[in-house]
Write a protein that binds this ligand. Structure first.
Ligand code: 13P
Length: 249
């Protein structure tokens, strides 16, 4: 039985005071929530939000990290620095990192392995562009990103990996994949995990959907067999829009 995992990616939003206010509201409103929860504020608010969610049922996540452990990497943030702030998980391979900041599968794989080696959980994002979907390549793109992102990741470490399927055309656009279309890709990705790691791993891996998840579509998406949670952007920025998603039923 897979547990639902609902995560909020706050992207480049919120000052420390704003982030603390949201984290406090979520800690209060989700304390009786049944699912697994995570919030990923900007680096600048990690310490502040970490102090609020410590000891609650909400995990602290980062939105990215360096592929290097430490050293002369101006402007980067290391896994050691994240762990020092109490970070428990990191989002890697987000489409905004892939497409705006030109991160490729090899770099993302290096980050995935480094995060896992240091005991963090990883949310590995995969997803196709609109033109890739229209060309009939959605499965192929997600397969390549999954296989390359997990290259040399052991079966034991895979237990700390969540996959987030985020079709790029659905992010921040208000266009959600239909529950059926999303479920089909999730099933395909689960099959890819099965080929790489076997049936048990495929059965157990959590695959989140991301892309314009809102209170009014969350329950239909989550009802699908292969959709095990959500990675939420815009609707994660306010308690009144995130809590109903986090408490869908
Ligand atoms: P939106 O929910 O704003 O579409 O963003 C999804 C996303 O990119 C989460 O990582």
């Amino acid at each position: 039985m897979r547990n639902y995992f609902i995560a909020g990616n706050w992207k480049m939003h919120k000052t420390r005071a704003e982030a603390a206010d949201l984290a406090k509201a979520l800690a209060a409103e989700l304390k009786d929530g049944k699912h697994k929860y995570l919030v990923a504020p900007s680096f600048t608010a990690l310490e502040t939000v970490g102090a609020v969610v410590k000891g609650t049922n909400i995990m602290l996540g980062a939105q990215n990290m360096s592929s290097e452990e430490q050293g002369a990497h101006t402007g980067e943030v290391s896994v050691l620095q994240l762990k020092d702030l109490g970070v428990e998980a990191v989002i890697l391979g987000h489409s905004e990192r892939r497409h705006t900041y030109k991160e490729d599968d090899a770099l993302i794989n290096k980050k995935v392995k480094l995060a896992l080696r240091h005991g963090l959980e990883v949310i590995l994002c995969v997803g196709e562009l609109l033109e890739e979907r229209e060309a009939g390549n959605a499965e192929k793109v997600c397969e390549t990103q999954t296989v390359e992102g997990l290259k040399d990741v052991s079966a034991a470490d895979l237990a700390r990996v969540t996959i987030a399927y985020e079709p790029v055309w659905a992010i921040g656009t208000g266009k959600t994949a239909t529950p059926e279309d999303a479920d089909a890709i999730h099933a395909y990705i689960r099959g890819v995990i099965g080929k790489l790691y076997g049936d048990d791993a495929a059965e157990n891996i959590i695959i989140q959907y991301g892309g314009s998840v809102k209170a009014d579509n969350a329950a239909q998406l989550m009802a699908k067999e292969n959709i095990d949670g959500a990675l939420v952007g815009g609707a994660a920025l306010k308690a009144e829009t995130f809590v109903p998603i986090a408490k869908f039923n």
